[in-house]
Ligand binder design. Structure first.
Ligand code: ZN
Length: 122
């Protein structure tokens, strides 16, 4: 338990450090790179990301940051929408799917619940 909290803490600190220069950023684009995770928990493995409908592998393309929630003015408590980060994976072959819209794959990661209790103002 303590081990996993430390691991998670490191991840949150890393996240905060990386976004500090531009704290209001809502999207981070890095095709073929890795998302900046907000937690050490619930990170997808390669097997969790389904291939594109054309058969090619899907790769990370961009992520939606939690700061967007502020701009949307949503109430993040209760039944409202909430996320830590949303990672979007798209076709590595950039297929055009006959010029039709096609669904991509999104992975939702939340801030860990341990972390939320730790960040309560003292
Ligand atoms: Zn494809």
């Amino acid at each position: 338990m303590a081990m996993h909290e430390t691991e998670d803490n490191k991840m949150v600190q890393r996240f905060k450090k990386r976004i500090a220069p531009e704290p209001h950023q809502v999207v981070r684009y890095c095709r073929g790179g890795s998302p900046l995770w907000v937690s050490s928990q619930h990170i997808p493995s390669d097997q969790d990301i389904p291939p594109c409908t054309c058969g090619a592998k899907r790769i990370f393309e961009f992520q939606v940051m939690p700061q967007l929630l502020n701009s949307l003015c949503v109430d993040s408590t209760g039944a409202s929408i909430d996320w830590g980060t949303l990672a979007v994976y798209a076709c590595s072959a950039s297929c055009n799917n006959d010029d039709q819209y096609c669904p991509e794959f999104i992975w939702k990661q939340d801030f860990s619940s341990d972390r939320l209790t730790q960040t309560q103002p003292s």
